[in-house]
Design a protein around this ligand. Sequence first.
Ligand SMILES: Nc1ncnc2c1ncn2[C@@H]1O[C@H](COP(=O)(O)OP(=O)(O)OP(=O)(O)O)[C@@H](O)[C@H]1O
Ligand SMILES: [Mg+2]
Ligand SMILES: [Zn+2]
Length: 355
Amino acid sequence: MINQVLYRKYRPRTFEEVEGQEHVVRTLRGALASGRVGHAYLFCGPRGTGKTTMARLLAKALNCSTRQGAATIGNKKPTELCNTCHSCTEINEGRSLDLIEIDAASNRGIDEIRNLKDSAQVAATGGGYKIFIVDECHMLTREANNALLKLLEEPPSHVIFVLATTEPHKVPDTVLSRVQRFDFKKISGETIAKKLHEIAKQEKLQIDDDALATIASSASGSLRDAESSLNKLISYSGVKITDEQVAEALGIVPHHIHQKLLELIKQKKGQEAIAQVANLYESGVDMDNFVKQFVKYIRAELISFISQPIAASSTQSEPEFFIKVINLFVKAGGELKFSPVPQLPVELAILELTK
Ligand SMILES: Nc1ncnc2c1ncn2[C@@H]1O[C@H](COP(=O)(O)OP(=O)(O)OP(=O)(O)O)[C@@H](O)[C@H]1O
Ligand SMILES: [Mg+2]
Ligand SMILES: [Zn+2]
């Protein structure tokens, strides 16, 4: 079924397919259309938002021979790449000699940059551009940065640099002043959920949109993290993925457990409530996470309670009860960090509420 890691399989192959980052795509397309591409770019922003992807797309577009050969319309060139010409194919298969990727996290030193400098002097094999992607460029040593700087000052005309980093504040000013900088943004939960929906459809997964939204919101803006979570779930549950499995895999406590815990507290069944918390703890749920989610759950209950006309089954004291639970759990949450026993503050809150 899935014989390739999802995030690689669904890496965008055209500018069109990139999610979010419209500001970057628009500016790069503008440069490609007018033929005025800068010689050095810096792509910065949170992890898994498309920096490396965009660098490869730019490289492909620059050397795409279909694009080069196409007629110029009103002195503008087309800006999308073809994925079928010799150059695009070579890059897609990872065997182009004109796209050189350096991972500065593992090759931080001066030798790497010297090699890069030697290679930059040699013309591109395809007669077009030679593109160097320096990933995690904030990791370069000072000597390596100085050598890179010389290259950025007087780059051979056929050479284009794309530096990428999650930590632009660690890039020296001297380098910053010689590159065109693009800030990549976190991708919205909605956009991530939409993309996961498309993937689920293609992979013929049985998973509902609520579960996909849960995965999306736990990825905090990184599309790669969301795709990796989905991948993990597939290897764990197969094509049929339930809400429970999603919750478990992401360390999220399922809704009905919150419901049950609140009910036990309400009925003053302290011992059973504590046993349930112990169960959660033993199954690997992070207490800090759990308390936050439980407080959110009760807040939602409280809000839905006060926004409804008083039902026959409920008592006037219900809001006060919710408020008391919230207060004690918020307090417990603050004490977790200092507790010698991880679940102790939660147990004390339950005892206080059920005594
Ligand atoms: N903007 C995006 N649009 C579509 N897919 C994306 C986007 N960003 C990330 N992805 C998905 O995540 C994968 C990884 O993206 P990429 O390597 O470009 O992230 P990155 O920003 O370079 O991350 P890192 O900082 O960790 O190097 C891609 O293969 C793709 O599946
Ligand atoms: Mg990257
Ligand atoms: Zn092409």
